[in-house]
Design a protein around this ligand. Sequence first.
Ligand code: ADP
Length: 273
Amino acid sequence: MAPSDQPAPTTPAPPATTAAVTKRSTAVRARALTKTYGRGEATVRALDAVDVDFEAGAFTAIMGPSGSGKSTLMHLLAGLDAATSGSAYLGGTEVTRLTDKELTLLRRERVGFVFQSFNLLPMFTAEQNITLPVELANGTVDRAWLEILVDTLGLGQRLTHRPSELSGGQQQRVAIARALITKPEVVFADEPTGNLDSRSGAEVLSFLRRSVRELGRTIVMVTHDPSAAAYADRVVLLADGRVAGDIQDPTPEAALAGLDALRSLDDAAVVAR
Ligand code: ADP
């Protein structure tokens, strides 16, 4: 066969680089998630058919006025409370279908929590508090990861101190390290700066953001404070138990404007009633 008769070499197809490949996966999802309290006339719809996705590797704030359903949403997503209807998912797991025993395991192994009150054990040192979730699960502490967390959170000099010897901001940073030590799929933070002065609060928020940007963690934070929400990559706004807005890369001004818009909607609703 003459060379010219040879079939042209086939060019391999270029690798698929579609948006589907580069898009981050969803860590947490709600579908028609609903929670009501009470019955009949006294029914309160704390959460009203909420559909929302939280990306893996992102820092998302849930913001809204008091009573808008922020805590309820977080509690249902984390399996701390049962939904009235609808579904919540963590990765591929439908949290709303799990038994109590499965929920306990899910919360221990796949979710981290940071609360407004730091909830550290007073008789333990900072390091013992951080590694407690691993000890409770009979695991082995990943020392390299512990070191990274301690470095990122600026806790190096404080590991042998007990909580009473630490400032509020330092205690909350210990609580963040404790939430991250098991490398959970998501950390839920409920008003994490609520008990802190503005300077310590800003520090804690910067550390939360670093855990996402530098350590690749996923954080969903509930807050009513626009300046706290502005540390996040995205703000999901809630009003009356529904998603009422979504702000990407929020500035404090944008977060405040979003919250103000919800408040004026509320005021208009009161006038209309
Ligand atoms: P937020 O966290 O935004 O302040 P919540 O999720 O705590 O809002 O509350 C949403 C609504 O559900 C509010 O009207 C609140 O009064 C009501 N609610 C929350 N928990 C309960 C409960 N245990 N019993 C009755 N009503 C509740």
